[in-house]
Design a protein around this ligand. Sequence first.
Ligand SMILES: NC(=O)c1ccc[n+]([C@@H]2O[C@H](COP(=O)([O-])OP(=O)(O)OC[C@H]3O[C@@H](n4cnc5c(N)ncnc54)[C@H](OP(=O)(O)O)[C@@H]3O)[C@@H](O)[C@H]2O)c1
Length: 241
Amino acid sequence: MKNLSGQIAVITGASSGIGKAIALSLAGEGLTLCLTGRSTTSLETVAALARETSPKVLSYPVDLTDQAEFNRFIEQLKADVSHVNLFIHCAGVLTVGRIKAIDMEVLDLQYRTNVRAAYALTKEFLPLIKHGAGQIVMMNSSIWQHARAELSQYASMKYALKAFTDSLRDEVNQDGIRVLSMFLGRTATPMLAELHQQQGTQYIPEDLIQPSDVAETLLHLLMLPRSAEVTDIHIRPMKKS
Ligand SMILES: NC(=O)c1ccc[n+]([C@@H]2O[C@H](COP(=O)([O-])OP(=O)(O)OC[C@H]3O[C@@H](n4cnc5c(N)ncnc54)[C@H](OP(=O)(O)O)[C@@H]3O)[C@@H](O)[C@H]2O)c1
């Protein structure tokens, strides 16, 4: 297994849930971390925890759907790092609603957060992603295989993300950059707690995948020898609903 110590990782959505768990897991492996999220307070809490083990942690509060904030963020990040080894996209939002009821503005926001931000960041940072040692990870969802009522917008975004990720892999594999889609079932994060609240169903976090399960799986995949690439990984809760 390859040691990741000394590498530089950028993680979006690091202020909460899955991104937070991944940030803390990579901090423990000695990586330099560049963390983003919207909430300054939550981001700083994660950054402070990560600093207990990581040699260097930079945090960037940014709303990725706001073009001016986005531009300032990429300018700052490019000034702060010479290259990136790992770019892990966890920022995402989920809104449920039937097609006839849900507003188009909600679709636009989900597009800007769940697809456009990952695309735009990839476009900006591909030249800095280290050839021969770069890895890009997209947090996708099991909804990709199971689109259903009330999830048309979110499912559409995750389908688009999967298509983008596959095209990206085809373009960058020749530069020695690995590209991974993680397709997650229900994971115990604030996003899921809110979903249960919206749907009026009981939230039992211990029945779900834990964010640390995702982080542990990802760490293993990131450390694989460079002779192999895992392109897609599906994780489901052990307890089926
Ligand atoms: N939980 C699940 O069951 C599940 C299953 C499959 C896939 N996923 C995917 O996993 C990823 C992480 O989700 P999670 O469950 O960890 O959710 P979460 O706890 O709600 O975290 C979402 C993260 O995205 C950030 N974010 C949202 N909108 C943003 C914006 N406009 N600009 C910048 N950052 C933004 C949030 O920042 P703030 O909190 O600071 O606002 C937060 O850090 C998402 O892509 C989600 O679709 C989750």
